[in-house]
Design a binder for this molecule. Structure first.
Ligand code: FES
Length: 203
């Protein structure tokens, strides 16, 4: 490595003073330059450091949120056990309403005697029968069971009538079907006789 060349200081007092002043300026500017290089190096390190901590924070937050989320079971949006079924005046006497069959597997029937709600489930193997208006009967597509409008079975392999749910009038005057209350039918007896309380009489 080459040795650093040394500048000789002038001997004349005036030149020496100027030389020293120049030296000081040079020295000061050298230090300023070094300081600014150092500052820029730290600011780069700071930025990278912050970036690293930011990433760490984000990953930790996501992990925490996932842990909290897994602590709670997923909410299943199942149909509630009760549902509102409109006002009694919405129903025509003698008709089977299929309005709630798809969402609640329930037929609502209005007769002269009152309202009742049939669980649309065949008592043979659980298929969903169809209401055949022209024939005034429920017919199961699976093995051919047939039921009267009351739900009483009369043909096919079904062993007993279809069950009913409780139906009542709510405080606001609307019909409410409570699927948690099931009138389970025994074989061979008309459902209206088995469970007269399953019929809602509306004046
Ligand atoms: S499931 Fe309805 S007849 Fe078999």
């Amino acid at each position: 490595m080459a040795a650093a060349s040394k500048v000789k200081a002038p001997t004349d007092p005036a030149e020496l003073a100027k030389w020293r002043a120049d030296e000081q300026v040079r020295e000061r500017s050298k230090r300023e330059k070094e300081k600014s290089e150092l500052a820029s190096l730290w600011s780069r390190r700071d930025f990278l450091g912050r970036l690293g901590w930011g990433g760490f924070g984000a990953v930790t937050t996501i992990g925490l949120l996932a842990a909290v989320r897994s602590a709670f079971p997923r909410v299943l949006f199942l149909p509630p056990s009760k549902f509102k079924a409109g006002f009694p005046s919405d129903y025509v006497v003698g008709e089977v309403s299929e309005k709630f069959k798809q969402d609640f597997r329930t037929w609502i029937i209005r007769t002269k005697a009152g309202f009742y709600a049939i669980f649309a489930k065949c008592t043979h193997l659980g298929c969903t029968p169809r209401w055949l208006k022209a024939e005034q009967k429920f017919k199961c597509p699976c093995h051919g069971s047939g039921y009267y409008i009351s739900g009483l079975n009369f043909e096919g392999p079904a062993p007993r009538p279809m069950d009913r749910f409780k139906i009542y009038v709510g405080d606001d005057g609307e019909l409410v079907v409570d699927k948690s209350v099931i009138y389970t039918m025994a074989p061979g007896v008309d459902p209206n006789e088995q469970y007269p309380q399953s019929i809602l009489k509306v004046a």
